[in-house]
Design a protein around this ligand. Sequence first.
Ligand code: PMV
Length: 331
Amino acid sequence: MTIDATARAHPNMALVKYWGKRDEQIMLPSTGSLSMTLDEFPTTTTVQLREDDGPDVLELNGAVAAGEPLRRVTRFLDLVRERSGSEARAIVRSRNEGPTGAGLASSASGFAALATAASAVYDLPQDTRSLSRLARRGSGSACRSIIDRMAVWHAGEDDATSFAEQIEAPELAMVVVVVDAGGKKVSSREAMRLTAATSPFAAAWRESTARTLEEMLAACREGDVERIGELAETNALRMHAVIQSTVPSVRYLRGASVGVFDAIEQLRADGLQAWGTADAGPNVVAITRPADAAAVADALAGHGAVRVVRPGPGARLVDERVAPASTGEAR
Ligand code: PMV
């Protein structure tokens, strides 16, 4: 008998960014944030309990993973084991359909899928709030990928009160412009620490983001797409400003990324409404209305591989399994 469960989750793109932790141990953010869960680039993860006494194993896209990715998954499973009272180790097989490590938050879809599958096999609570709180411990932004379509992550005061939940918002579309699918040199965890330790603008970032979140929640309630776009672009550029004000400076945006922001500004001057955002990587995402998405994608196609994405589903269990890595050994 094998005990396993498989879950699928999608990345999310923040319209109000999470950048900074109040408590790194339990992943409490210094401010709340707000995002759209995407309908593309899913991560599918199977968690299978081991029946022998071997260690946790991580297989990523068909290859056995070691080093930091394995350590992060093991630390996460240790928390799951602590909560469930089980000592069973697990084999985690994960398949990622987005460009890993390029600022499209594969860690968010990854830990949302892992939290969902692990909660099923280790018999932990599986309501949305519990899953969101657990996913947060793997990677902060993962708590939002548990949620359907649009999510607000309440910063909270402690482990119990820091979770994401769904909000109503007008229909949006996004055009992802992949200018560089390579990995990033500085992890968001590292760069957040550096921001807190060295940027003279860190406090201003926190204060302005808390205000922006309130304004964004109001714009979502009112269905004001133009306001949502303006707030999101300003917030993203402020995040990159605070990140590059660190010592040493971390710059995630490349020349090509800035070119996409320029092109988006030109689109607006030409009468097509789109606004730019970017996470901790070089790729830029244009926020727009569904009816304008094809035209925006056409206009930005010269800058990189473009993909139109829409609001997608939160993490859920699926009835399939990620295939084991082929080791080349006969079994
Ligand atoms: O969850 P992390 O540690 O990968 O942080 C992600 C932070 C950003 O993607 C840059 C912003 C956000 O809110 O998603």
